[in-house]
Design a protein around this ligand. Structure first.
Ligand SMILES: Cc1ncc(COP(=O)(O)O)c(C=O)c1O
Length: 285
């Protein structure tokens, strides 16, 4: 049975209840995180929580809980759900008002909800056995605050569904200037002539923790060059490799974009080398 946390108490998921006047339910007025844990060990707990604090500050949700208190809660929920490979989902909504009204209410307590979701074991960093993703492409029609990890995910959900409907694992998004932003639930990378390239962070892109850990690992190691810069969709189709990254996928190699083969159509060697480095160092974060 799945044990969740709601507003101070752990309980079986069936017992967790919130009011329909919760602003998370009515407006998607909340911030969330997903932190991966393998064999009960988290990856990027502190940067994930820092992103959550930044998101709450951006939308003026005030909460006193410290990083240490969150760490204790996260550790408890992992233990209560038997450890193993889990995504720890954390959601903080603005709370429950007495009416439906757009303005931020005064003096409401944020609603805190946590649950765990099983995630796949980390795959081997082996290009000969890894499965290549196929992804769609579409114009990014989401809002202009994609750097905030808001629970209001309808824009992302619609995009994901567009790809999923066509049998794709993900969908890459491009802006009005035909430049790659990210994917519906991942960050995006290309590789050209041995150089790893990913779009620069701005309001069109979620600052992915997997992305940031990977870039930090690459920087410290120094054997694989990388650039953060604009990437056109022409560059995506002409790339030697394409990857998408997220907490639940880690680094997923993409071998098909919009039905077209990328590079030689096989999972790439730069992916293998970068993913080996990521795998070796991910628990340092
Ligand atoms: C839109 C979007 N971009 C990027 C990511 C990757 O972020 P992270 O690596 O922190 O999981 C996600 C993850 O859910 C996402 O939803």
């Amino acid at each position: 049975m799945s044990i969740v946390y709601l507003n101070g108490d752990f309980m079986p998921i069936e017992e967790a209840k919130i009011s329909p006047l919760d602003r998370g339910f009515l407006f998607g007025d909340g911030i969330y995180e997903v932190i991966p844990a393998y064999d009960g060990k988290t990856v990027g707990l502190a940067p994930h929580m820092q992103r959550m604090f930044n998101g709450m500050a951006a939308i003026e949700i005030k909460m006193e809980k410290t990083l240490a208190e969150w760490q204790t809660l996260i550790q408890s929920i992992i233990e209560k759900n038997g450890g193993g490979n889990l995504g720890i989902y954390i959601q903080v909504s603005r709370g429950t008002d007495v009416k439906r009204y757009h303005a931020y209410p005064e003096n409401v307590e944020p609603t805190i909800f946590m649950m765990t979701m099983p995630i796949k074991p980390a795959v081997e960093a082996d290009a000969s056995t890894a499965k290549g993703f196929s992804v769609g492409v579409t114009q990014d029609m989401r809002w202009k605050r994609c750097h905030i990890k808001s629970t209001a995910l309808l824009g992302n959900v619609i995009h994901f569904q567009e790809g999923y409907r066509d049998g794709n694992d993900e969908i890459l998004l491009y802006n009005e200037e035909n430049k790659l932003t990210e994917a519906s639930s991942s960050n995006a990378f290309i590789v050209k002539d041995g150089v790893v390239i990913t779009p620069v962070l701005d309001n069109q892109i979620l600052p992915g923790i997997t992305r940031n850990i990977l870039l930090d690992v690459l920087k410290k190691d120094g054997s694989i060059p990388f650039e953060e810069r604009d990437v056109t969709m022409d560059e995506v189709f002409a790339a030697d490799e394409v990857w998408v990254t997220s907490s639940s996928k880690e680094l997923a190699p993409v071998t098909q974009v919009d039905g077209k083969q990328i590079g030689d159509g096989k999972v790439g060697k730069v992916w293998e080398a970068a993913f080996k480095l990521y795998t070796a160092h991910k628990f340092d974060y």
